[in-house]
Write a protein that binds this ligand. Structure first.
Ligand code: AQP
Length: 332
């Protein structure tokens, strides 16, 4: 079975709809066909300041949400990044193979550091993509299911895998991004020109899966559309409506063309009212399942312990090989 690896940050508490549709939903599907490794990336989370107690709670909360979304620890390896020290160890080697200019070209860093102010942005935030390279290469992943915003980081991963292999001999699998076109980028409900994001979206533009379903329904109903009335998928002329159609289509597994037909001659109000209901039907059981997992932290921790053990077996082997290739003297 080909292998997949991906991760999600335990930062904001609740996952948002972009995280779910862009990434987590694919993770659930891929555990059936792939040897799947999924992790809660707490090392990435501390690239921006975190309150220690919140980070710990949010790591369990992220795990509970992944299980609620449908990850099955019998079908995939689910773990916490800091439980596998090999990530930080391989990242150091990768840091030393990356050019400063090359790292400086990462657009996500440019955006995030511009928002924070360059004096407040940490060196960790700068090297975050290189830790991500290590995350992926440690598992010899063939594919990496992520949203469009991560494409550049997967390109960097490919470049560094090839660089390492070229310099030290065949060691790492060169991975491919796994990005579904339809859900590659879910947009902000208030500003459909930007991606839905926990740091850049306003509260009204962002759907958090764990929010009160009534508030979520309200956000859908007040989503920004356009002054026209026709319900048609057209990302250039109708970005707001197209975003709603994408969300509706993926949550109900209905084709966009079918939805266009269903809403022919109807107004935006009808589409929003129905989508609000679809959303409530989705988030309500999701919240309940998340709470059930949270109520049993021992089970959560034991799932993560087993996951870390499985992950370390693979990561340890790759790291040992990489250490050998670069010429580190083995510890006797
Ligand atoms: N709007 C989105 N559309 C599609 N996919 C998205 N992802 C995030 N936003 C969208 C994908 O979710 C996965 C987990 O991402 P993360 O843990 O890196 O979360 P994030 O990037 O911190 O989430 P945000 O909201 O995008 O955070 P900020 O605002 O800090 O940048 C990834 O696969 C990501 O592609």
């Amino acid at each position: 079975r080909p292998r997949v690896l991906s991760g999600i940050q335990p930062t904001a508490g609740s996952f948002h709809l972009g995280n779910y549709l862009g990434a987590v939903r694919q993770w659930v599907a891929l555990q059936e066909s792939h040897d799947a490794f999924y992790m809660v990336v707490d090392l990435h989370a501390i690239t921006v300041p975190q309150e220690p107690a919140d980070l710990r709670a949010n790591t369990r909360l992220a795990t509970a949400q992944l299980l609620a979304a449908g990850l099955d620890p019998e079908r995939c390896t689910l773990f916490v990044q800091s439980h596998v020290p090999e990530h930080a160890q391989l990242a150091w080697i990768m840091n030393c193979l990356t050019g400063f200019g090359e790292a400086s070209r990462m657009t996500q860093f440019k955006d995030k550091s511009a928002r924070q102010g360059s004096d407040r942005a940490s060196v960790g935030l700068f090297t975050y993509p290189i830790l991500q390279v290590a995350d992926i290469l440690l598992y010899q992943a063939n594919e990496v299911p992520v949203g469009e915003d991560q494409r550049q980081h997967i390109e960097l991963t490919r470049d560094l895998a090839e660089r390492f292999n070229g310099r030290f001999g065949e060691t790492f699998t060169v991975p491919k991004p796994y990005i579904l076109k339809e859900t590659a980028k879910i947009f902000d409900l208030q500003d459909p020109s930007i991606k839905m994001s926990k740091s850049a979206s306003t509260p009204k533009g962002l759907i958090n899966l764990l929010d009160d379903p009534k508030a979520t329904a309200k956000k859908v109903k007040s989503a920004v559309t356009d002054t026209d009335t026709v319900i048609r998928y057209d990302t250039d002329l109708k970005p707001g409506v197209s975003n709603l159609l994408t969300i509706y289509s993926t949550l109900t597994r209905t084709g966009v063309a079918e939805l266009e037909e269903k809403y022919a001659g109807k107004g935006y109000g009808a589409l929003k009212t129905d989508l609000a209901e679809v959303m409530v039907d989705f988030v309500t059981p999701f919240r309940e399942r998340t709470q059930q997992y949270l109520d049993d932290p021992e089970t959560l921790d034991s799932i993560l312990a087993k996951g870390a053990e499985k992950a370390r077996a693979v990561a340890g082997e790759t790291l040992a090989q990489a250490y050998d290739r670069v010429g580190f003297l083995p510890a006797k």
